[in-house]
Ligand binder design. Structure first.
Ligand code: CTP
Ligand code: CA
Length: 224
């Protein structure tokens, strides 16, 4: 049995993954969030663990269940908490895959009591959250860094821009143009773009298959 385990390609490697949405509090009972199910990130964690990796999965609020003993789930709520947990584990990681749908903005101030309804309109001032992926691109050393890009238009151009500005080794372009891809469904249509500008298009597949394709692409680039 030990011999078989030793043959796994990511045996002894540490993989850091983010998943799910983040919730940004407005008051004690309300938040701003998004529809990310976390499924893609949990499938990637499972695929990496099946290759022998020790996985840390930092996830926003989801209903996903982790079934793999090599995956350690670290639950967080806000973008700020996700940033802090990710930075605790990054230095010690070999591969980081950031698939979370992190809120880009959060309420500038959080009310300490429930906000009562008053006027006929209500506006909230928002401030930018920290870009977790970009912050890793700025400090990365040996780590292989993977990001996602969710786009509806000018897809390749925007994804290539993110690959470069965030200093990534690989970006997964998630097409929201096709139905059956993206939020809430169990399928995804992705294109991989590498730092050496290889573009690999995949047909519509289950998120579990996309996760395996992604791990294979990472192994390929690591061994090149
Ligand atoms: N990301 C992150 N922290 C943020 C925002 C995004 O780590 N505060 C990561 C996501 O997990 C994803 C990548 O950055 O891997 C791209 O996210 P995306 O929302 O597509 O791009 P943004 O850079 O936020 O730009 P925009 O939403 O304006 O397209
Ligand atoms: Ca964003």
């Amino acid at each position: 049995e030990k011999d078989i385990l030793n043959q796994l390609p990511l045996r002894g490697k540490k993989v850091l993954i983010t998943a799910g949405p983040t919730y940004e509090a407005l008051d004690p009972v309300r938040f701003i969030g998004n529809h990310s199910s976390g499924k893609m990130g949990f499938e990637i964690a499972n695929a990496a663990a099946n290759l022998g990796a020790e996985v840390i999965l930092v996830t926003g609020p989801t209903h996903q269940k982790n079934a793999h003993s090599l995956v350690k789930v670290v639950p967080v709520v806000s973008a700020e908490e996700m940033y802090n947990e990710v930075h605790k584990h990054f230095k010690n990681s070999d591969i980081a895959i950031l698939s979370a749908a992190v809120a880009d903005y959060r309420p500038k101030s959080v009310a300490d009591k429930k906000i009562k309804k008053k006027d006929s309109t209500f506006s909230v001032e928002l401030e930018k959250t920290k870009d977790i992926l970009k912050s890793l691109g700025e400090i990365k050393e040996h780590q292989f860094l993977v990001g996602f890009a969710l786009e509806t238009n000018n897809e390749l151009e925007y994804a290539k821009g993110k690959l470069k500005s965030k200093n990534l080794d690989l970006i997964v372009l998630n097409s929201l143009q096709d139905k059956g891809a993206g939020f809430g469904v169990s399928t995804n249509k992705v294109t991989f773009i590498t730092s050496s500008n290889d573009i690999i298009e995949h047909p519509l597949k289950s998120k579990a298959e996309v996760a395996n394709d992604l791990m294979n692409q990472i192994l390929k680039q690591l061994h090149a």
